[in-house]
Design a protein around this ligand. Structure first.
Ligand SMILES: [Zn+2]
Length: 117
């Protein structure tokens, strides 16, 4: 049956496409540089930060743990060590191409609560 065969063909191809979805376990993570220690690490090991606004609406560096915020982002190891290094180097403002004096307190607060959790 030639007709039945040609109907089954594309259907099977579609099924294969669904099964072959990229798996996060197999995929190689893109590499980013930590703005604190300047070491390269898999993107998933780093915390993304972006220029946003703090709880009072003032411009600040804010954590973006889901990496979904639009705009320019920077990456830092989610540790107080790398955060402190980034603060000392004013790396947040530089990496985000914004005010070098930009407050990064929301990121510090986020890390403090994430680590003590
Ligand atoms: Zn680091």
């Amino acid at each position: 049956m030639v007709v039945a065969h040609s109907v089954l063909g594309p259907a099977r191809a579609r099924l294969a496409t669904v099964v072959q979805q990229p798996s996060p376990c197999v995929r190689v993570d893109p590499v980013r540089t930590c703005i604190g220690c300047r070491e390269r690490a898999a993107k998933s090991e780093l915390l993304r930060v972006t220029a946003g606004s703090d709880a009072d609406g003032r411009p600040a560096v804010v954590p973006d743990p889901t990496a979904t915020a639009p705009g320019r982002g920077a990456h830092v190891h989610p540790t107080t060590r790398c955060y402190d290094l980034a603060v000392r180097r004013r790396a947040f403002g530089r990496a985000l191409r914004s005010d070098p004096g930009l407050s990064s307190t929301p990121v510090g607060d986020y890390l403090a609560s994430a680590i003590t959790r």
